[in-house]
Design a protein around this ligand. Sequence first.
Ligand SMILES: [Zn+2]
Length: 524
Amino acid sequence: MQKRLLALAAAGLLATPALAQTAEKTDAAALAKIKDEGMNRSKVMETAFYLTDVCGPRLAGSEGLSRANAWTKKRLTDYGLTNANIEPWGDFGRGWDIDKSYVAMTAPYYHAMIGVPKAWTPSTPGSLRKQVVVVKATTEADLDKYKGQLRDKIVLLPVAAPLQPSFEPDAKRLSAEDLQKLADAPAATAAAANRPATDPAMAERMATMRAQRELRTKVSAMLMSEGAAAVLSAGRGTDGTVFTTNGAPYAADAKPVLPELEMSSEDQLRLIRLAEAGIPVEIEMETKTRFQTQDLKGYNVVAEIPGTDKKLKSEVVMLGGHLDSWHSATGATDNAAGCAVMMEAVRILKASGLKPRRTIRIALWGEEEQGLHGSRNYVKNHFADPATMQLKPDHEKLAAYFNLDNGAGKIRGIYAQGNEAVKPIFTAWLQPFADLGATTVTSRNTGSTDHVAFDAVGLPGFQFIQDGLDYFARTHHSNQDTYDRLVADDLKQASVVVASFVYNAAMRDQKLPRKPLPTPAKPQ
Ligand SMILES: [Zn+2]
């Protein structure tokens, strides 16, 4: 029994929780100050307004992102943070901006249409007015029948699926049942703790998406070689919502592609129905886009609240979210919301006059949408390279990293990312916010955003559990992702929860417990 108890305790599954729970003290007076400042003198919506309506779309390498980098650096300095810096993380690729985009059907009758230039695609040679051809291919062989028919035509690619009415509300909040399921998720074993969740359905979906991407590359090459003028494609989306795809390659040496617009499904389906009925369809379109190749670097914005404790101030608590967005709207829920909350959290801590023992560092990441580039390279430059797991001196100094990038909904809890030992600590930290709906700690991992970069080198990196609202139904990477989708009370709530977690991590005697170090990604 003893031996088994020790093993369980070592794995942080038994004695520790009770001990830690009772032992985990928080400063009620400090938390009250945080709540007061964040709930009664909030600036989070003002920040969100500047990040969205004022800075505009913040695509990687674009002028909008440069505007946001400069604005956030200045605003963080205005809040009283130090060492504010727009720090290059390495080489990204070409910048890209849109100067004009227009599309309409001009035959059989005139009708304006909804279309967004696909990222990193070139301009049309002036205004085009061309006949359309529908190209449908599920295999490469299907393409042969179009050879010789596409020169100087605008090509219509099929819509993924016909539209169906939805009887589901767009916006949702996590139910008590959803939260209970998360809370009951089984404790991760040490081995699983560092392994990304493997979901067979997800693996299958990924394989299908890979095959579709490969076929699409072949279709694009064929259209190019056949001399087509431009492409109109359509992803998922209904009700005029265009969900942008991952764009064309952005590398400095990327092969040329055709001008392309991603259309609303309704408009694309009408064009296809008309053309397939044998009715001549003509499109008038013009895109003016610009590639920027002077500065190929990517950047992160960082700033600090220096620690005050003689011993602990060299240790760092980080918080962050990605500042870049897609380009078809202003990236409000993805991820101006997360950035505004993180900026508000540090503003609250400064305005409350609290003196953290450890240094607090905010990071607003660049180029997340193209593969977590900003955060991965920041971790590699400052802490460790997951390929070799060679630790840098600062690896030891990082007490915790908190991320926000699951939409604009309020915080309902936190993913422990397979780190069982932090669960009782987080449970205690959430208690003062149970009345605001933040209650749940789950053992589960979550992926696809910047905390993963920290987790990959054995650093305690966490993403909060958030209400989805209409993130997946409407705003995630879409032309509907605007300031109007933000809910002030949700962002205020998230700001005080984040500020308190960061403060608690900066004040406790110990850094947060860690999982065992992962093995080098590249065999040594
Ligand atoms: Zn995001």
